[in-house]
Write a protein that binds this ligand. Sequence first.
Ligand code: TYD
Length: 214
Amino acid sequence: MSAVTSQPGFLITLEGGEGGGKTTQIVRLRDRITKAGKDVVALREPGGTVISEQIRDVVLSSKNIGIAFTTEVLLFQAARAQIYREIVLPSLEAGKVVIMDRSRDSSVVYQGMVRGFGKDMIEKLNAISTKETVPDVTFLLDLPFEVGLQRRVESGKVDRLDMEGNKFHVKVRDAYLELAKSDDTGRWHIIDASQSLEAVEEALWEKTKSVLKL
Ligand code: TYD
């Protein structure tokens, strides 16, 4: 039984700036939890359902440079409302482990803290889109922005938000660290993501094993 979501399942989120390896790590973590005999669902935000992936295309497309900031805020929330209703909440109710590549805290950091929409306002929207579901565990994959951005450039995956200036990426990192350090629920775990992929994988697995009692 999850402490925070009061559902039989367990919700783990991976958060952090660009190029921290969340996408690679979520696959490895999913496989390890599966091998340990648990039912796992791995998802990404924005996206993860047919409707949410369509919203993702709109919100992240480099063609949509003219998107209004409020539109962007609400589209991230719309994609979230859909994935929680379609997959996350039913999976938690069915006792599954759900791991997510970004969720509510991405909006708190990117739109709320860095771009000034306000943390409290975003949290109100998050409460609606997630039906007040808070992750049991959140891993912050923390690394200097230069290292993260370099990794993205090398992988050839650069989207509209990646093209923001360097200052933006520094602010994202600082905001995540501030959020994680100010948390008093114990759900945040800061992982040094400038280590090798294997070392990060081990760190995530050790913590996951202990919280899931595997
Ligand atoms: P993605 O390609 O998934 O990048 P990453 O590998 O960095 O996770 O792009 C997601 C982008 O959307 C990323 O720049 C963060 C941003 N984002 C927000 O600004 N707010 C949100 O609520 C979410 C979920 C993502």
